[in-house]
Design a protein around this ligand. Sequence first.
Ligand SMILES: Cc1cc2nc3c(=O)[nH]c(=O)nc-3n(C[C@H](O)[C@H](O)[C@H](O)COP(=O)(O)O)c2cc1C
Length: 132
Amino acid sequence: MRQVLYISTAARTFEARDADSIRAISRRNNEADDVSGLLYFDGKRVLQALEGEAVAVARALARIEKDDRHKAIVILSDRMVDTREFGDWSMAYRAPGSDAEVFITRVSDLVAGASAMVSATFNSFAETRRAA
Ligand SMILES: Cc1cc2nc3c(=O)[nH]c(=O)nc-3n(C[C@H](O)[C@H](O)[C@H](O)COP(=O)(O)O)c2cc1C
C-alpha cells in the first residue's frame, strides 16, 4: 500500500463552496479508486494523506497536481505501508476565522488511528495554524 503526505497552499482563499465541491469530487473519485486518507484544509494551507494501491494513489496525485486552485505542492512523505492508517477518506475543513479549538480536536480525532509520524504531522500542522 502506497501512502503519500503532501502540503500545498491555496491559490486564493478557499470558500465553503470550494470546500464542498472538492469534498464531493474527491469522495467520488477516491471511493471509486479505493483511496483513503485525510484532507486538512483551513482556507489557506492544505495537508493531505492519500493511501491505496500505488497506481490509484499516482492517479489521484496527478489529478490533484493539475488543479490550479492550489500551488506549491511539496511531498512530505512517500512510503509503502503494510496496512491502511485511515479507514476511509475524510476531510477536515476550517472556515477562515472559525473556532481553532474545535478544529484542532476534530483533526486529532481523525488521526487517532494513524501512525505516530502521520498523527504528529497533522496535529502539529493544525496547532501551528491555530491563528489562521
Ligand atoms: C486541496 C485539494 C485536494 C484535492 N484532493 C483530491 C482527492 O483526494 N481526490 C481527487 O480525486 N481529487 C482531489 N482534488 C480535486 C482534483 O484536483 C480534481 O479537481 C478532481 O479530481 C477532478 O475530478 P474529475 O476529473 O473527476 O472531475 C483536490 C483538489 C484540491 C484543490
